[in-house]
Write a protein that binds this ligand. Structure first.
Ligand code: GDP
Ligand code: IMO
Ligand code: MG
Length: 434
Protein backbone atom coordinates (compact mmCIF):
# COMPACT_ATOMS: atom_id res chain seq x y z
CA UNK A 1 0.00 0.00 0.00
CA UNK A 2 1.31 3.46 -0.86
CA UNK A 3 0.37 7.06 -1.52
CA UNK A 4 1.92 8.75 -4.54
CA UNK A 5 1.77 12.32 -5.82
CA UNK A 6 2.42 13.00 -9.52
CA UNK A 7 3.31 16.55 -10.54
CA UNK A 8 4.81 18.42 -13.49
CA UNK A 9 8.37 19.72 -13.06
CA UNK A 10 8.31 22.30 -15.85
CA UNK A 11 5.62 24.59 -17.29
CA UNK A 12 2.91 21.97 -17.71
CA UNK A 13 2.13 19.47 -20.49
CA UNK A 14 4.94 17.16 -19.41
CA UNK A 15 2.79 14.09 -20.05
CA UNK A 16 1.21 13.80 -16.59
CA UNK A 17 -1.98 12.36 -18.08
CA UNK A 18 -0.17 9.46 -19.73
CA UNK A 19 1.77 8.59 -16.57
CA UNK A 20 -1.25 8.93 -14.24
CA UNK A 21 -3.25 6.67 -16.57
CA UNK A 22 -0.42 4.13 -16.42
CA UNK A 23 0.03 4.33 -12.63
CA UNK A 24 -3.76 4.21 -12.16
CA UNK A 25 -3.53 0.49 -12.94
CA UNK A 26 -1.94 0.10 -9.52
CA UNK A 27 -4.05 2.71 -7.70
CA UNK A 28 -7.48 2.45 -6.09
CA UNK A 29 -8.15 6.18 -5.71
CA UNK A 30 -7.07 8.87 -8.19
CA UNK A 31 -7.57 12.47 -7.07
CA UNK A 32 -7.05 15.84 -8.74
CA UNK A 33 -6.20 18.53 -6.17
CA UNK A 34 -5.85 21.91 -7.90
CA UNK A 35 -6.50 23.77 -11.13
CA UNK A 36 -9.51 23.37 -13.34
CA UNK A 37 -10.15 23.01 -17.02
CA UNK A 38 -7.03 24.99 -17.85
CA UNK A 39 -5.51 21.50 -17.68
CA UNK A 40 -5.55 19.18 -20.66
CA UNK A 41 -4.30 15.67 -19.93
CA UNK A 42 -3.95 13.27 -22.83
CA UNK A 43 -4.40 9.52 -22.50
CA UNK A 44 -3.68 7.17 -25.39
CA UNK A 45 -4.87 3.60 -25.02
CA UNK A 46 -4.76 1.13 -27.92
CA UNK A 47 -4.29 4.07 -30.29
CA UNK A 48 -7.39 5.86 -29.07
CA UNK A 49 -6.91 9.34 -27.61
CA UNK A 50 -8.89 10.84 -24.73
CA UNK A 51 -8.25 14.32 -23.37
CA UNK A 52 -9.51 15.10 -19.88
CA UNK A 53 -9.64 18.57 -18.40
CA UNK A 54 -11.34 18.02 -15.05
CA UNK A 55 -11.90 14.30 -14.61
CA UNK A 56 -8.86 12.49 -13.17
CA UNK A 57 -6.69 10.61 -15.66
CA UNK A 58 -7.49 7.30 -13.95
CA UNK A 59 -10.97 7.36 -15.43
CA UNK A 60 -10.33 4.77 -18.15
CA UNK A 61 -9.78 2.00 -15.59
CA UNK A 62 -12.68 0.11 -14.13
CA UNK A 63 -13.34 -0.16 -10.40
CA UNK A 64 -11.52 2.99 -9.32
CA UNK A 65 -12.56 5.95 -7.21
CA UNK A 66 -11.94 9.21 -9.10
CA UNK A 67 -12.03 12.40 -7.08
CA UNK A 68 -12.20 16.09 -7.92
CA UNK A 69 -10.66 17.57 -4.79
CA UNK A 70 -11.54 20.67 -2.79
CA UNK A 71 -8.55 22.59 -4.18
CA UNK A 72 -9.96 22.56 -7.69
CA UNK A 73 -12.06 25.19 -9.45
CA UNK A 74 -14.78 23.43 -11.40
CA UNK A 75 -16.73 24.59 -14.42
CA UNK A 76 -19.88 22.42 -14.15
CA UNK A 77 -20.73 22.81 -17.82
CA UNK A 78 -17.33 21.50 -18.92
CA UNK A 79 -17.49 18.69 -16.36
CA UNK A 80 -20.87 17.55 -17.64
CA UNK A 81 -19.61 17.68 -21.22
CA UNK A 82 -16.70 15.47 -20.22
CA UNK A 83 -18.94 12.98 -18.44
CA UNK A 84 -21.36 12.91 -21.40
CA UNK A 85 -18.56 12.40 -23.89
CA UNK A 86 -17.09 9.47 -21.97
CA UNK A 87 -20.54 7.93 -21.64
CA UNK A 88 -21.34 8.43 -25.34
CA UNK A 89 -18.08 6.75 -26.29
CA UNK A 90 -19.00 4.01 -23.82
CA UNK A 91 -15.71 4.32 -22.03
CA UNK A 92 -17.01 5.48 -18.65
CA UNK A 93 -16.22 2.33 -16.66
CA UNK A 94 -19.32 0.85 -15.01
CA UNK A 95 -17.70 0.24 -11.63
CA UNK A 96 -15.71 3.44 -11.39
CA UNK A 97 -17.07 6.02 -8.97
CA UNK A 98 -16.71 9.73 -9.49
CA UNK A 99 -16.90 12.13 -6.54
CA UNK A 100 -16.74 15.92 -6.43
CA UNK A 101 -15.67 17.68 -3.26
CA UNK A 102 -18.44 19.78 -1.77
CA UNK A 103 -15.74 22.32 -0.91
CA UNK A 104 -14.47 22.80 -4.46
CA UNK A 105 -15.14 26.25 -5.93
CA UNK A 106 -17.32 26.75 -8.97
CA UNK A 107 -16.29 28.66 -12.09
CA UNK A 108 -19.05 31.06 -13.08
CA UNK A 109 -19.59 32.72 -16.47
CA UNK A 110 -18.41 36.06 -15.06
CA UNK A 111 -15.06 34.49 -14.17
CA UNK A 112 -14.45 33.68 -17.81
CA UNK A 113 -15.61 37.15 -18.86
CA UNK A 114 -13.25 38.77 -16.35
CA UNK A 115 -10.35 36.55 -17.42
CA UNK A 116 -10.60 37.61 -21.06
CA UNK A 117 -11.42 41.25 -20.23
CA UNK A 118 -8.27 41.52 -18.10
CA UNK A 119 -6.13 39.85 -20.75
CA UNK A 120 -7.49 42.21 -23.40
CA UNK A 121 -6.77 45.24 -21.26
CA UNK A 122 -3.18 44.08 -20.69
CA UNK A 123 -2.50 43.90 -24.44
CA UNK A 124 1.16 43.01 -25.00
CA UNK A 125 1.71 42.47 -21.28
CA UNK A 126 -0.89 39.69 -21.19
CA UNK A 127 -0.19 36.44 -19.35
CA UNK A 128 -1.57 34.28 -22.12
CA UNK A 129 -4.07 32.50 -19.87
CA UNK A 130 -6.26 29.69 -21.15
CA UNK A 131 -9.26 32.04 -20.82
CA UNK A 132 -11.13 29.53 -18.67
CA UNK A 133 -11.77 31.90 -15.74
CA UNK A 134 -9.26 30.16 -13.47
CA UNK A 135 -7.64 33.29 -11.99
CA UNK A 136 -10.90 35.13 -11.20
CA UNK A 137 -12.40 31.96 -9.65
CA UNK A 138 -9.43 31.56 -7.31
CA UNK A 139 -9.57 35.30 -6.53
CA UNK A 140 -13.12 34.83 -5.29
CA UNK A 141 -12.08 31.86 -3.20
CA UNK A 142 -9.32 33.85 -1.50
CA UNK A 143 -11.53 36.90 -1.02
CA UNK A 144 -14.18 34.57 0.47
CA UNK A 145 -16.82 35.55 -2.05
CA UNK A 146 -16.63 32.36 -4.11
CA UNK A 147 -19.41 29.84 -4.62
CA UNK A 148 -18.55 26.31 -3.51
CA UNK A 149 -20.10 23.14 -4.90
CA UNK A 150 -22.15 22.72 -1.71
CA UNK A 151 -23.42 26.31 -2.13
CA UNK A 152 -24.51 25.57 -5.68
CA UNK A 153 -26.51 22.61 -4.37
CA UNK A 154 -28.44 24.76 -1.88
CA UNK A 155 -30.94 26.93 -3.75
CA UNK A 156 -31.26 29.59 -1.06
CA UNK A 157 -27.53 30.03 -0.53
CA UNK A 158 -26.80 29.93 -4.26
CA UNK A 159 -29.36 32.64 -5.04
CA UNK A 160 -28.01 34.90 -2.32
CA UNK A 161 -24.35 34.40 -3.22
CA UNK A 162 -25.00 34.85 -6.90
CA UNK A 163 -26.87 38.11 -6.25
CA UNK A 164 -24.08 39.50 -4.08
CA UNK A 165 -21.40 38.49 -6.54
CA UNK A 166 -23.24 39.90 -9.54
CA UNK A 167 -23.50 43.37 -8.00
CA UNK A 168 -19.74 43.56 -7.82
CA UNK A 169 -18.89 41.71 -11.03
CA UNK A 170 -21.30 43.64 -13.19
CA UNK A 171 -20.07 46.93 -11.76
CA UNK A 172 -16.50 45.91 -12.60
CA UNK A 173 -17.42 44.60 -16.05
CA UNK A 174 -19.42 47.65 -17.10
CA UNK A 175 -17.65 50.51 -15.31
CA UNK A 176 -14.04 49.37 -15.38
CA UNK A 177 -13.87 47.06 -18.40
CA UNK A 178 -16.55 48.94 -20.39
CA UNK A 179 -18.17 45.64 -21.32
CA UNK A 180 -21.69 44.23 -21.25
CA UNK A 181 -22.96 42.93 -17.88
CA UNK A 182 -23.89 39.27 -17.34
CA UNK A 183 -27.54 38.29 -16.82
CA UNK A 184 -28.19 36.86 -13.35
CA UNK A 185 -31.46 35.11 -14.19
CA UNK A 186 -29.94 33.22 -17.13
CA UNK A 187 -26.99 32.13 -14.99
CA UNK A 188 -29.29 31.09 -12.13
CA UNK A 189 -31.39 28.86 -14.38
CA UNK A 190 -28.42 27.36 -16.20
CA UNK A 191 -26.52 26.58 -13.00
CA UNK A 192 -29.60 25.11 -11.34
CA UNK A 193 -29.73 22.53 -14.11
CA UNK A 194 -26.06 21.73 -13.63
CA UNK A 195 -26.66 21.37 -9.88
CA UNK A 196 -29.46 18.87 -10.48
CA UNK A 197 -27.28 16.73 -12.70
CA UNK A 198 -24.14 16.90 -10.57
CA UNK A 199 -25.77 16.48 -7.13
CA UNK A 200 -25.23 12.71 -7.12
CA UNK A 201 -21.46 13.13 -7.28
CA UNK A 202 -21.20 15.46 -4.25
CA UNK A 203 -19.22 14.16 -1.29
CA UNK A 204 -16.85 15.01 1.51
CA UNK A 205 -13.94 13.61 -0.48
CA UNK A 206 -11.40 13.99 2.33
CA UNK A 207 -13.45 11.45 4.30
CA UNK A 208 -13.52 9.07 1.32
CA UNK A 209 -9.75 9.25 0.79
CA UNK A 210 -9.14 8.70 4.50
CA UNK A 211 -11.50 5.71 4.54
CA UNK A 212 -9.74 4.11 1.56
CA UNK A 213 -6.32 4.88 3.04
CA UNK A 214 -7.32 3.14 6.27
CA UNK A 215 -8.41 0.10 4.23
CA UNK A 216 -4.85 -0.09 2.90
CA UNK A 217 -5.66 1.12 -0.62
CA UNK A 218 -3.21 2.81 -3.01
CA UNK A 219 -3.89 6.52 -3.43
CA UNK A 220 -2.66 8.51 -6.44
CA UNK A 221 -2.76 12.32 -6.53
CA UNK A 222 -2.72 13.90 -9.98
CA UNK A 223 -1.23 17.36 -10.34
CA UNK A 224 -2.15 19.78 -13.09
CA UNK A 225 0.12 22.40 -14.70
CA UNK A 226 3.74 22.32 -13.50
CA UNK A 227 5.93 23.60 -10.65
CA UNK A 228 7.00 26.69 -12.60
CA UNK A 229 3.38 27.72 -13.09
CA UNK A 230 2.91 27.64 -9.30
CA UNK A 231 1.50 30.88 -7.88
CA UNK A 232 4.29 31.05 -5.23
CA UNK A 233 7.19 29.16 -6.76
CA UNK A 234 6.69 29.82 -10.47
CA UNK A 235 7.70 32.60 -12.82
CA UNK A 236 5.21 35.09 -11.36
CA UNK A 237 3.12 36.72 -12.81
CA UNK A 238 3.36 34.29 -15.76
CA UNK A 239 1.85 31.50 -13.70
CA UNK A 240 -1.52 29.98 -12.97
CA UNK A 241 -3.52 30.92 -9.87
CA UNK A 242 -3.05 27.79 -7.76
CA UNK A 243 -0.23 25.98 -6.00
CA UNK A 244 0.91 23.29 -8.37
CA UNK A 245 3.71 21.87 -6.21
CA UNK A 246 3.31 18.57 -4.36
CA UNK A 247 2.35 20.17 -1.03
CA UNK A 248 -0.84 21.31 -2.70
CA UNK A 249 -2.01 17.68 -2.93
CA UNK A 250 -2.52 17.68 0.83
CA UNK A 251 -4.48 20.93 1.20
CA UNK A 252 -6.24 20.33 -2.11
CA UNK A 253 -7.75 17.05 -0.91
CA UNK A 254 -7.65 17.20 2.88
CA UNK A 255 -4.98 14.52 3.30
CA UNK A 256 -2.09 14.77 5.77
CA UNK A 257 1.52 15.09 4.50
CA UNK A 258 2.80 12.45 6.93
CA UNK A 259 0.97 9.81 4.89
CA UNK A 260 2.63 10.51 1.53
CA UNK A 261 5.21 7.94 0.39
CA UNK A 262 6.48 9.16 -2.97
CA UNK A 263 6.42 12.20 -5.24
CA UNK A 264 6.97 11.54 -8.93
CA UNK A 265 8.06 14.54 -10.99
CA UNK A 266 7.18 14.31 -14.66
CA UNK A 267 9.88 15.82 -16.83
CA UNK A 268 9.73 16.15 -20.59
CA UNK A 269 13.08 15.33 -22.22
CA UNK A 270 13.10 18.96 -23.44
CA UNK A 271 11.17 22.06 -22.32
CA UNK A 272 7.92 23.58 -23.55
CA UNK A 273 5.78 26.50 -22.49
CA UNK A 274 2.36 27.77 -23.62
CA UNK A 275 1.50 31.36 -22.96
CA UNK A 276 3.81 34.26 -22.21
CA UNK A 277 6.77 34.55 -19.83
CA UNK A 278 10.54 34.07 -19.83
CA UNK A 279 11.96 30.84 -21.27
CA UNK A 280 15.74 30.77 -21.07
CA UNK A 281 16.38 27.68 -23.23
CA UNK A 282 13.75 28.51 -25.87
CA UNK A 283 14.74 27.59 -29.44
CA UNK A 284 13.38 29.85 -32.14
CA UNK A 285 15.41 28.07 -34.83
CA UNK A 286 14.94 24.92 -36.94
CA UNK A 287 15.64 22.61 -34.00
CA UNK A 288 12.84 24.26 -32.01
CA UNK A 289 10.50 23.88 -34.97
CA UNK A 290 11.51 20.26 -35.38
CA UNK A 291 10.80 19.47 -31.72
CA UNK A 292 7.45 21.28 -31.99
CA UNK A 293 6.47 19.25 -35.07
CA UNK A 294 7.79 15.84 -34.05
CA UNK A 295 6.50 16.26 -30.48
CA UNK A 296 3.14 17.53 -31.82
CA UNK A 297 3.46 20.35 -29.34
CA UNK A 298 0.05 21.94 -29.50
CA UNK A 299 -1.93 22.80 -26.34
CA UNK A 300 -4.41 20.06 -25.36
CA UNK A 301 -6.76 22.76 -24.02
CA UNK A 302 -6.42 25.77 -26.30
CA UNK A 303 -4.72 24.27 -29.36
CA UNK A 304 -2.01 26.94 -29.18
CA UNK A 305 1.48 26.12 -30.48
CA UNK A 306 3.75 25.33 -27.58
CA UNK A 307 7.09 27.13 -27.43
CA UNK A 308 9.94 24.57 -27.39
CA UNK A 309 13.52 24.52 -26.15
CA UNK A 310 16.33 22.46 -24.62
CA UNK A 311 15.93 20.69 -21.31
CA UNK A 312 16.42 23.24 -18.51
CA UNK A 313 17.65 21.45 -15.40
CA UNK A 314 17.67 24.66 -13.36
CA UNK A 315 13.88 24.47 -13.50
CA UNK A 316 13.77 20.74 -12.78
CA UNK A 317 16.20 20.97 -9.85
CA UNK A 318 14.05 23.65 -8.27
CA UNK A 319 11.01 21.42 -8.65
CA UNK A 320 12.86 18.53 -6.98
CA UNK A 321 13.65 20.83 -4.06
CA UNK A 322 10.27 22.53 -3.69
CA UNK A 323 8.19 19.39 -4.21
CA UNK A 324 10.42 16.85 -2.47
CA UNK A 325 10.45 14.71 -5.60
CA UNK A 326 11.59 11.14 -4.94
CA UNK A 327 11.67 9.89 -8.53
CA UNK A 328 11.59 11.38 -12.02
CA UNK A 329 9.60 10.11 -14.99
CA UNK A 330 11.09 11.31 -18.28
CA UNK A 331 8.62 11.66 -21.13
CA UNK A 332 8.89 12.16 -24.88
CA UNK A 333 12.48 10.91 -25.13
CA UNK A 334 11.54 9.55 -28.58
CA UNK A 335 11.00 13.12 -29.83
CA UNK A 336 14.75 13.81 -29.53
CA UNK A 337 15.66 10.87 -31.80
CA UNK A 338 17.50 12.05 -34.89
CA UNK A 339 18.89 15.30 -33.48
CA UNK A 340 22.71 15.20 -33.90
CA UNK A 341 23.72 17.16 -30.83
CA UNK A 342 21.62 17.69 -27.73
CA UNK A 343 21.97 20.29 -25.00
CA UNK A 344 21.05 20.35 -21.33
CA UNK A 345 21.06 23.62 -19.43
CA UNK A 346 22.87 23.10 -16.12
CA UNK A 347 22.95 26.70 -14.89
CA UNK A 348 22.41 30.35 -15.84
CA UNK A 349 24.66 33.36 -16.16
CA UNK A 350 22.96 36.57 -15.16
CA UNK A 351 23.40 39.80 -17.09
CA UNK A 352 26.23 40.88 -14.80
CA UNK A 353 28.10 37.63 -15.33
CA UNK A 354 27.13 35.82 -12.12
CA UNK A 355 26.63 32.04 -12.35
CA UNK A 356 23.51 30.69 -10.68
CA UNK A 357 21.86 27.31 -10.33
CA UNK A 358 18.59 28.83 -9.13
CA UNK A 359 15.75 30.65 -10.85
CA UNK A 360 16.16 34.35 -9.94
CA UNK A 361 13.11 35.82 -8.18
CA UNK A 362 13.37 39.10 -10.09
CA UNK A 363 11.76 38.52 -13.47
CA UNK A 364 13.93 41.20 -15.10
CA UNK A 365 17.07 39.36 -13.97
CA UNK A 366 15.60 35.98 -14.97
CA UNK A 367 14.56 37.17 -18.41
CA UNK A 368 18.12 38.27 -19.18
CA UNK A 369 19.85 35.10 -17.97
CA UNK A 370 21.89 33.12 -20.45
CA UNK A 371 21.89 29.32 -20.37
CA UNK A 372 25.07 27.39 -19.55
CA UNK A 373 24.82 24.27 -21.67
CA UNK A 374 26.36 20.84 -21.57
CA UNK A 375 26.42 19.11 -24.96
CA UNK A 376 25.65 15.50 -25.74
CA UNK A 377 25.72 13.20 -28.74
CA UNK A 378 22.29 12.37 -30.07
CA UNK A 379 21.03 8.98 -31.31
CA UNK A 380 19.37 7.98 -34.55
CA UNK A 381 17.75 4.62 -33.82
CA UNK A 382 14.01 4.35 -33.21
CA UNK A 383 13.49 3.82 -29.48
CA UNK A 384 9.70 3.61 -29.38
CA UNK A 385 9.66 -0.20 -29.26
CA UNK A 386 12.12 -0.49 -26.38
CA UNK A 387 10.84 -1.54 -22.96
CA UNK A 388 14.13 -2.03 -21.18
CA UNK A 389 16.61 0.65 -20.10
CA UNK A 390 19.62 -1.46 -21.10
CA UNK A 391 18.42 -1.61 -24.72
CA UNK A 392 18.50 2.17 -25.17
CA UNK A 393 21.28 3.61 -27.37
CA UNK A 394 24.39 4.52 -25.37
CA UNK A 395 23.88 8.22 -26.12
CA UNK A 396 20.31 8.13 -24.79
CA UNK A 397 21.48 6.40 -21.62
CA UNK A 398 24.16 9.06 -21.15
CA UNK A 399 21.58 11.82 -21.56
CA UNK A 400 19.33 10.23 -18.93
CA UNK A 401 22.20 9.57 -16.57
CA UNK A 402 23.26 13.23 -16.69
CA UNK A 403 19.68 14.33 -16.11
CA UNK A 404 19.56 12.02 -13.12
CA UNK A 405 22.84 13.39 -11.71
CA UNK A 406 21.71 16.99 -12.08
CA UNK A 407 18.30 16.26 -10.57
CA UNK A 408 19.83 14.35 -7.67
CA UNK A 409 17.02 11.76 -7.68
CA UNK A 410 16.57 8.54 -9.68
CA UNK A 411 14.84 8.33 -13.04
CA UNK A 412 12.20 5.67 -12.39
CA UNK A 413 10.41 5.70 -15.75
CA UNK A 414 11.15 6.65 -19.36
CA UNK A 415 8.33 7.24 -21.79
CA UNK A 416 9.13 6.58 -25.45
CA UNK A 417 5.72 7.13 -27.03
CA UNK A 418 2.25 8.49 -26.27
CA UNK A 419 0.66 5.04 -25.79
CA UNK A 420 0.17 3.58 -22.33
CA UNK A 421 2.54 0.73 -23.11
CA UNK A 422 5.26 2.75 -24.78
CA UNK A 423 7.09 2.95 -21.51
CA UNK A 424 10.28 1.75 -19.85
CA UNK A 425 9.53 1.16 -16.19
CA UNK A 426 12.50 0.97 -13.85
CA UNK A 427 10.67 1.13 -10.52
CA UNK A 428 7.07 1.50 -9.41
CA UNK A 429 6.45 4.41 -7.02
CA UNK A 430 3.93 2.19 -5.24
CA UNK A 431 6.81 0.11 -3.92
CA UNK A 432 7.20 1.86 -0.56
CA UNK A 433 9.59 4.82 -0.53
CA UNK A 434 9.84 5.20 -4.29
P1 GDP B 1 -0.14 16.79 -19.51
O1 GDP B 1 -0.91 18.06 -19.49
O2 GDP B 1 1.08 16.84 -18.64
O3 GDP B 1 -0.99 15.59 -19.21
O4 GDP B 1 0.40 16.62 -21.00
P2 GDP B 1 -0.45 16.83 -22.34
O5 GDP B 1 -1.38 15.70 -22.51
O6 GDP B 1 -1.00 18.21 -22.39
O7 GDP B 1 0.71 16.83 -23.42
C1 GDP B 1 1.55 15.72 -23.58
C2 GDP B 1 1.45 15.22 -25.03
O8 GDP B 1 2.50 14.34 -25.31
C3 GDP B 1 0.18 14.45 -25.29
O9 GDP B 1 -0.20 14.64 -26.63
C4 GDP B 1 0.61 13.00 -25.06
O10 GDP B 1 -0.20 12.06 -25.78
C5 GDP B 1 2.01 13.03 -25.60
N1 GDP B 1 2.97 12.12 -24.98
C6 GDP B 1 3.07 11.75 -23.67
N2 GDP B 1 4.16 10.97 -23.49
C7 GDP B 1 4.76 10.86 -24.70
C8 GDP B 1 5.96 10.23 -25.14
O11 GDP B 1 6.72 9.63 -24.39
N3 GDP B 1 6.26 10.34 -26.47
C9 GDP B 1 5.46 11.03 -27.34
N4 GDP B 1 5.85 11.10 -28.61
N5 GDP B 1 4.34 11.64 -26.96
C10 GDP B 1 4.00 11.57 -25.65
P1 IMO C 1 -1.67 20.91 -17.86
O1 IMO C 1 -2.31 20.37 -16.61
C1 IMO C 1 0.42 24.22 -19.76
C2 IMO C 1 -0.65 28.26 -18.48
C3 IMO C 1 -1.36 29.16 -19.49
C4 IMO C 1 -0.82 30.51 -19.04
C5 IMO C 1 -0.79 30.37 -17.52
C6 IMO C 1 -2.00 30.95 -16.80
O2 IMO C 1 -2.29 20.41 -19.11
O3 IMO C 1 -0.19 20.74 -17.81
P2 IMO C 1 -4.53 30.10 -16.53
O4 IMO C 1 -5.58 29.85 -17.55
O5 IMO C 1 -4.19 28.92 -15.68
O6 IMO C 1 -4.78 31.32 -15.70
O7 IMO C 1 -3.20 30.45 -17.40
O8 IMO C 1 -0.69 28.99 -17.26
N1 IMO C 1 -1.31 26.95 -18.24
C7 IMO C 1 -0.84 25.79 -18.69
N2 IMO C 1 0.21 25.53 -19.50
N3 IMO C 1 -0.31 23.22 -19.26
C8 IMO C 1 -1.35 23.47 -18.44
O9 IMO C 1 -2.03 22.48 -17.81
C9 IMO C 1 -1.69 24.80 -18.16
N4 IMO C 1 -2.64 25.41 -17.43
C10 IMO C 1 -2.40 26.72 -17.47
O10 IMO C 1 -0.98 28.84 -20.80
O11 IMO C 1 0.50 30.68 -19.49
MG1 MG D 1 -1.68 19.47 -20.84
Amino acid sequence: MATVIVIGTQWGDEGKGKIVDLYAQEADVIARFQGGNNAGHTLVVKGEQTIVHLIPSGILHNGKICILGNGMVINPKVLLQEIDELEERQIFPPDTKLFISEYAHIIMPYHQRLDSARENRKGKAKIGTTGRGIGPAYEDKISRAGIRFCDLLDDEIFREKLKNNLEEKNFYLTEFCKEEPVDGEIIYKEYNEYADRLRKYAANTSVIIDREFKKGKNILFEGAQGCHLDIDHGTFPFVTSSNTVSGSACCGTGFGPTKVDAVVGICKAYTTRVGEGPFITELTDETGERIQKVGKEFGATTGRKRRCGWLDMVLVKQSVRVSGITGIAITKLDVLTGIDRLKICAGYKTDDGVFTEHVPSNLKVFKNCRPIYEEFDGWADDITKLRNFEELPVAAKRYIQRLEELAGVPVILISVGAGRNETIIRKSPFEKKG
